[in-house]
Design a protein. Structure first.
Length: 340
């Protein structure tokens, strides 16, 4: 368990940001966790990413994250500089890491006279090591993630919109209480359910939440920054990485079969995706369907009374009515709640 005590100023400054760099490093962790074959919906993507790492020498430095273990200095995964940075902007931050930051963070993890081989170059030849890592991450990103990024970005935008709306309407307490099944909030302690222990205290900082498509339930966090405490969690939308539609899972998965048989394949996809409110464009990107197809399915679900439509500023969000929640829970066996 990782227990993080948050004081009131830190809690009040809760914000949300996306991070291509964190997506990249967590995708590498995912490949390490499943060395034989990654689970659905990451299976097809993981096969492609492994070929990239095996056949593209320029991406090899990105493998450094396989050597870090549970604890490593946060300069290797800096917090995003803005709410929605590009991978180039984040890699620029990585390249510009000052020697003073490295010198400050390293003693928290390793003795300076006994650094592991993978970490020593960041002391002996800092700029070359940072550039090598950033170049490797860029090459890995271009080949392994960039083809999926437009759809991922759309899904993450939907996630941020939903969470920001919840934060504005109900405050950080409600947001943290509904963040993830392995994120437990009992004020003032935020607990991340992990297989190792740690305790931290955040005083007069800012809590930054980072939704990740590649998390697959894994929770990462950054505590070395004196101003920002960052915590990642699983975002909705990983289905977009699948090499086939969600409803085409193996027949041994009764969840999808039952709901698809009852309401049809397209409508079952939309219902499952609406465990969090989304726009038509966001659903289309997440599910890999044409916007016109999604609109047609939403129209039918609205008529049936299992989905509602709400306008938020210039966007129209769709969410599940209680009847839709019951349908997905009873037939699809998915733990969801009605959307506001």
């Amino acid at each position: 368990m990782i227990r993080i005590e948050l004081d009131e100023p830190t809690l009040a400054r809760t914000r949300i940001a996306t991070s291509p760099l964190w997506e990249a490093k967590c995708s590498l962790y995912l490949l390490d966790r499943y060395p034989d074959e990654a689970p659905w919906p990451y299976t097809g993507w993981a096969r492609h990413a492994r070929r990239v790492l095996a056949e593209l020498p320029a991406a090899a430095p990105a493998r450094l994250y396989s050597a870090t273990g549970h604890w490593y200095p946060d300069f290797l995964g800096p917090v995003p500089p803005t709410a929605s940075p590009t991978i180039a902007e984040e890699l620029a931050v990585l390249r510009a890491t000052p020697a003073s930051v490295i010198a400050e963070q390293l003693p928290r993890y390793h003795r300076l006279d006994d650094l592991p081989d993978w970490l020593r170059p960041f002391v002996t030849d800092r700029q070359a090591a940072l550039n090598r890592l950033a170049d490797g991450l860029q090459a890995y990103w271009n080949a392994a993630i960039a083809p999926w990024w437009p759809a991922m970005r759309a899904a993450l935008d939907e996630e941020v919109l939903h969470r920001a709306r919840a934060l504005a309407a109900h405050g950080p307490d409600a947001l943290l209480a509904d963040l993830h099944e392995r994120v437990l909030w009992k004020k003032p302690v935020l607990t991340l359910v992990k297989p190792f222990d740690g305790e931290f205290t955040a005083v007069d900082q800012r809590l930054l939440l980072i939704p990740l498509i590649f998390s697959r339930g894994a929770l990462t966090f950054s505590t070395d920054n004196s101003e920002i405490l960052a915590v990642s969690y699983q975002a909705r939308g990983s289905v977009l990485l699948a090499d086939r539609p969600a409803v085409d899972r193996p027949a041994t998965d009764p969840t999808v079969d039952r709901l698809a048989v009852l309401v049809g394949r397209g409508r079952s996809q939309v219902l499952r995706a609406l465990t969090r409110p989304a726009t038509t464009a966001g659903l289309a990107a997440t599910l890999g369907l044409a916007p016109s197809t999604v609109s047609e399915q939403l129209s039918a679900l609205l008529t049936a009374g299992v989905v509602h439509r709400r306008r938020v500023g210039r966007r129209v969000l769709y969410g599940l009515e209680p009847a839709g929640v019951a349908l997905v829970q009873l037939v699809g066996d998915a733990p969801v709640t009605a959307s506001a």
